[in-house]
Design a protein around this ligand. Structure first.
Ligand SMILES: CC(C)(COP(=O)(O)OP(=O)(O)OC[C@H]1O[C@@H](n2cnc3c(N)ncnc32)[C@H](O)[C@@H]1OP(=O)(O)O)[C@@H](O)C(=O)NCCC(=O)NCCS
Length: 274
């Protein structure tokens, strides 16, 4: 790649990229081999600490996936990517001062993994947060989760028939809130009743009230709701400027070859009307 091409790639708005990969897409033996070659020392130590093989497998697939996705996005080989964490636990790629072979210096990513499913989101500029949950997750603790929501959200949840319909509402709100909190790098430190969503009946965000400390950016957030596999809900929060990417790609499976992604339009920013 020439220096001009390098600059062009870095400057051109790139679509937001999402990679959805169930654990089953990667044979356990292969996941372990890739992990041996690609993961760094702290990641390998973390993997060793899991008591249950199921949890270790989940961790290995998720982290091998992150490194593969970052390698595709940056041109830095999987084992060479330096991944660090913020004091609050948010992982980030430590880019060399001269930038990475593909895409300049600015790149953000977010990872979510749950009971056999993994989602990684990558964006060139600004911030991204993703969250994935299974609809059939045990609903112990749901009442406590709903308690953390803002009053209009609690009301909306209560209006649904108990059972599947209510679970769906809870998890739609939860994944969106987690995605936003992860994009901000705050995780659960952000009070979940300090911001709120108004959701469409089936899918889509109709309104978003940002927390006070982010009120200025409220209209720059774009939210995507997805059901990447039956019974799996995912949400994405991405902060973009006007004129920045209006498309997002959804890739399914482990990123080996050139499977064509789904190309979708990023929803318009949601008005602050909650
Ligand atoms: C850690 C947290 C950011 C997300 O946790 P989670 O929803 O359980 O798990 P996810 O798989 O979606 O996300 C975990 C990943 O988020 C990333 N992460 C951790 N801290 C983060 C932060 N402050 N900001 C952004 N991302 C963060 C990490 O990559 C982590 O995976 P890793 O440790 O294997 O690298 C935080 O919000 C949390 O602890 N949530 C509690 C979850 C809970 O109570 N769930 C029940 C709801 S139904």
């Amino acid at each position: 790649m020439t220096a001009t091409e390098h600059l062009d790639t870095a400057a051109r708005p790139q679509p937001v990229k999402l990679w959805f990969c169930p654990n089953d897409e990667l044979d356990p033996g292969l996941a372990a081999t890739l992990a041996e070659h690609w993961l760094d020392e702290p990641e390998r130590e973390t993997a060793e600490r899991f008591l249950f093989e199921r949890d270790r497998r989940q961790y290995l697939v998720a982290h091998v996936l992150v490194r593969r996705v970052l390698a595709l996005a940056t041109g830095v080989p999987e084992a060479d990517a330096v991944i660090r964490r913020s004091p609050r636990g948010r992982p980030f790629l430590l880019a060399p001062a001269e930038g990475v072979p593909r895409g300049g210096r600015e790149l953000d990513f977010s990872l979510s993994h749950t009971q056999g499913h993994n989602l990684v989101g990558v964006v060139r500029r600004h911030r991204i947060g993703v969250d994935v949950e299974r609809l059939d997750r045990e609903n112990r603790g749901f009442d406590a989760i709903v308690e953390t929501f803002a009053p209009p959200e609690r009301e909306w949840v209560a209006q649904a028939v108990p059972g599947r319909a209510r679970t769906r509402r809870v998890l739609r709100l939860w994944t969106l809130k987690e995605a936003y909190a992860k994009a901000r790098g705050l995780g659960l430190e952000l009070p979940f009743d300090s911001f709120s969503f108004q959701l469409a009946q089936d899918t889509g965000v109709l309104g978003f009230r940002a927390p006070e400390d982010d009120a200025g950016a409220g209209r720059r957030w774009r939210f995507v709701e997805l059901e990447p596999a039956p019974g799996v809900l995912a949400a994405v929060a991405v902060l973009v400027d006007p004129g920045e990417p209006t498309l997002f790609e959804v890739h399914h499976g482990f990123p080996w070859g050139n499977r064509t992604p789904q190309l979708l339009a990023l929803p318009e920013p949601a008005p602050a009307r909650v």
